[in-house]
Design a protein around this ligand. Structure first.
Ligand SMILES: [Mg+2]
Length: 189
């Protein structure tokens, strides 16, 4: 049997986005993150998969170890909500510094989503992506997911761009709680 998943952007969606976050001590989850994720995973059985562009690595601003330390800290901080991210995927490349081939993982490419779907046996048509940027929504659309734009992070600006370019997401949410409510309602109906 196939799994269903909620793919999650990281910075600006789960946590505040200070730009090129490399120090786990600077990680600040949004206040609603733990509860929203626990609901999706523990009550509705969605796998939680982070899909993140981390071009700070290509730019020499942060290391892969630092990206992974921040990822570990997310799960540390989620422990008190009795939930954890099942898998983290990130793309460390950027077209200014890396080949086209290397950058094939970078959102809006659906590659990380498709890789995760293969690794974890996920049915994309019953899965979602939640993110705050145009690249998140486009990656989800490219992978055949239902897409949710959150207005946290860069979300408000992204909404106008998506609207202008006619790439509207399935739902626009105030934050992760609002996004999780949409998924649950969609699930029940
Ligand atoms: Mg983001």
């Amino acid at each position: 049997m196939l799994n269903k998943a909620v793919f999650l952007d990281r910075d600006g969606t789960l946590n505040e986005d200070p730009g090129y976050l490399g120090d786990p001590e600077h990680l600040k989850l949004f206040p609603e993150t733990g509860q929203a994720l626990a609901l999706l995973k523990n009550d509705y059985n969605y796998l939680l998969i982070v899909i993140s562009n981390q071009s700070g690595v290509a730019r020499g601003l942060i290391t892969k170890d630092e990206v992974e330390a921040v990822n570990d800290e997310i799960n540390n901080q989620l422990q008190k909500f009795n939930v954890k991210i099942d898998a983290f995927y990130y793309c460390p490349f950027h077209p200014d510094f890396n080949s086209k081939d290397e950058c094939s993982c970078r959102k809006p490419s659906p590659k990380m989503i498709l890789d995760a779907a293969k690794d974890l046996n996920i049915d994309l048509s019953s899965s979602y992506i939640i993110g705050d940027t145009v690249a998140d929504v486009r990656a989800g659309q490219n992978a055949g997911l239902k897409t949710i734009l959150v207005k946290t992070g860069y979300g408000s600006d992204s909404f106008y761009i998506l609207q202008k370019e006619n790439y509207l997401p399935s739902f626009v949410a105030e934050n992760l709680t609002d996004a999780s409510k949409f998924i649950i309602k969609d699930f029940v109906e």
